[in-house]
Design a protein around this ligand. Structure first.
Ligand SMILES: *[C@@H]1O[C@H](CO)[C@@H](O)[C@H](O)[C@H]1NC(C)=O
Ligand SMILES: *[C@@H]1O[C@H](CO)[C@@H](O)[C@H](O)[C@H]1NC(C)=O
Ligand SMILES: *[C@@H]1O[C@H](CO)[C@@H](O)[C@H](O)[C@H]1NC(C)=O
Ligand SMILES: *[C@@H]1O[C@H](CO)[C@@H](O)[C@H](O)[C@H]1NC(C)=O
Ligand SMILES: CC(=O)N[C@H]1CO[C@H](CO)[C@@H](O)[C@@H]1O
Length: 488
């Protein structure tokens, strides 16, 4: 394996070995955990941009025998902190030419750039599954002071510990102005979809004090790729306490969640990242619609446009007091069958999309206070449900601001229009979001293209968001409008 690495990659590799990373897998994990933070392009003006940690599950090669190294990790001399790891990762990305980087990735079970023109390769799994009996049965070893715990998110106490860890240590923007502040209710919702595995909610504790210092999760999802519905894992909420960032917990945590995914006989994953690796199935972008422009400007999320005054800005972003569409109302439990039909029919047009049934729809889109909001349009004449839109609530802490401490952000989720014009439906979503006190409404340019975004005064975020499938090949890179998948 190493023999195929270019000399630049080899020297970077040697540096990493010096830091205690020894297997190829570690190297991949290194790229994916450090370099590939997802850029959810926070600010329309290129100020801070909130990076979303990579979500992934790797197809573990099964040939890893670096437990001896793990056992000794606690005794490794840690010379470099997180910042130098960032630096190193940047250095590697910069020193390697695109083709060199790709040489490394060509050996991994991910879609290849060179295959893009080779239409003879079949779509589907790249490597076949291995027997479950060959999956490592015991957890990976942690440094001596730490131990694995399974986090029962139904326990109020555990959920609060997880919440505290994340709200103090999870993803921040590049300039450390904002940090995601997922609510407890949101975390429970995100981690308890139908068929979830408790064992995939993994914590790392200090043995002596039982203090939670790191966290990673996976959830199962059925993702349809063209006509095939594939069981996949979505890995999310990888978080290591700020003080332990140099302890190399992230790689072993990713290996551990991967092992537990494989134990459930799941071999594919969908994930997103902020950098280009072989080979994105699509690349898209966040757009932001100001609802409370004064606050967004005050806290540095956005800037006053050139030749704009505050009063003109307020006027520009003002939205009507109430939705325009007759029959626009909050979704209720009785709407689940109709919304499921609408969503299934709508999502069929995309090449990659979740395969949602009624229990999924009830879980993912039925309104939950401060977590997810969904609206339907019920025809005043025949009471049919014709349209649907939804968004989820993900606030961020505003760090070190004298007045404001929370940025209330809505993220556009699934939406279907069959009768109401899309622009009007999305404008009604903005209106109810404004009524609910959101400061900003974010949307990806997936599914329907950006035409409605400009019309509704969204501004583009900085940075791209790339979607990947692990151990699954698709023949062509998709347009964002061919993707029907939203990851939280
Ligand atoms: C573990 O670390 C100690 C102290 O640095 C060293 O003496 C020992 O050889 C290491 N053991 C392994 C298996 O690497
Ligand atoms: C997996 O490990 C085997 C044995 O070490 C090796 O031959 C193979 O190339 C590896 N595959 C990947 C995808 O790394
Ligand atoms: C997260 O948000 C809550 C209010 O929603 C706030 O009380 C808490 O202080 C915030 N956490 C951090 C670390 O800023
Ligand atoms: C955007 O959407 C419109 C209407 O659905 C379509 O006509 C147009 O081709 C799309 N453009 C792109 C770039 O996908
Ligand atoms: C018109 C449209 O498709 N709007 C949104 C629907 O949902 C996606 C996924 O979140 C949004 O990003 C779209 O912009």
């Amino acid at each position: 394996m190493c023999g195929q690495l270019t000399s630049d990659l080899e020297s970077a590799w040697n540096k990493l070995k010096g830091e205690g990373l020894t297997s190829t897998f570690d190297f991949i994990v290194f790229f994916l955990t450090v370099a590939n933070d997802v850029n959810s392009g926070f600010s329309p003006c290129g100020l801070g941009c909130l990076r979303k940690q990579v979500r992934l599950a790797m197809a573990d090669n099964g040939s890893l025998n670096d437990d001896t190294k793990d056992q000794n990790t606690s005794s490794l001399e840690i010379v470099n902190g997180e910042s130098s790891i960032d630096e190193l990762s940047r250095e590697i990305q910069e020193t390697l030419t695109l083709s060199q980087r790709h040489k490394f990735w060509e050996t991994q079970p991910v879609g290849q750039f060179k295959d893009l023109t080779d239409t003879s390769l079949p779509e589907g799994p790249i490597e076949p599954p291995t027997a479950i009996s060959e999956v490592k049965q015991e957890p990976y070893n942690l440094p001596n002071l730490y131990e694995w715990v399974t986090c029962d998110m139904n326990s109020e106490e555990t959920c609060a510990e997880v919440y505290n860890l994340l709200s103090n240590n999870y993803v921040e923007d590049d300039e450390n102005m904002f940090r995601f502040n997922y609510s407890k209710e949101f975390l429970r919702w995100a981690l308890h979809p139908p068929g979830y595995y408790k064992t995939w909610h993994i914590g790392v504790c200090v043995k002596s004090s039982k203090k939670l210092v790191a966290f990673i999760t996976g959830i199962p999802a059925r993702i349809r790729v063209r006509t095939d519905v594939v069981s996949m894992a979505e890995v999310n909420f990888l978080c290591v306490h700020k003080k332990l960032r140099s302890k190399r917990l992230a790689p072993v945590m990713i290996k551990e969640v991967t092992r537990r995914v494989h134990l459930e006989n799941i071999w594919q994953a969908a994930y997103t990242a902020g950098v280009v690796l072989p080979t994105p199935i699509t690349s898209c972008q966040y757009w932001h619609r100001s609802l409370n422009p004064k606050k967004l400007i005050d806290v540095g999320f956005s800037r006053l446009g050139p030749r704009m005054t505050m009063s003109r800005t307020l006027k520009l972003f003002k939205v009507p007091d109430s939705p325009a569409t007759p029959g626009f109302r909050k979704m209720e439990l009785r709407d689940v069958p109709a919304v499921t039909r609408l969503l299934r029919a709508y999502l069929m047009q995309f090449v990659v999309a979740p395969d949602l049934d009624e229990p999924d729809v009830e879980h993912w889109v039925l309104p939950k206070e401060e977590v997810v909001d969904s609206y339907v349009v019920e025809s005043p004449e025949d009471h049919k449900i014709t349209d649907f839109c939804s968004f989820y609530t993900l606030p961020s802490s505003i760090l070190g601001h004298p007045i404001h401490s929370i940025l209330k952000a809505a993220y556009s989720y699934y939406n279907v229009s069959t009768k109401t014009p899309l622009v009007q439906l999305m404008n009604d979503a903005l209106i109810v979001a404004k009524q609910k006190g959101f400061d900003v409404f974010n949307a990806l340019d997936v599914m329907h293209n950006e035409s409605f975004l400009k019309e509704l005064k969204y501004g583009p975020g900085d940075g791209k968001l790339h979607y990947y499938l692990y151990n699954y090949r698709i023949k062509h890179i998709l347009r964002p409008s061919e993707l029907g998948l939203v990851l939280l």
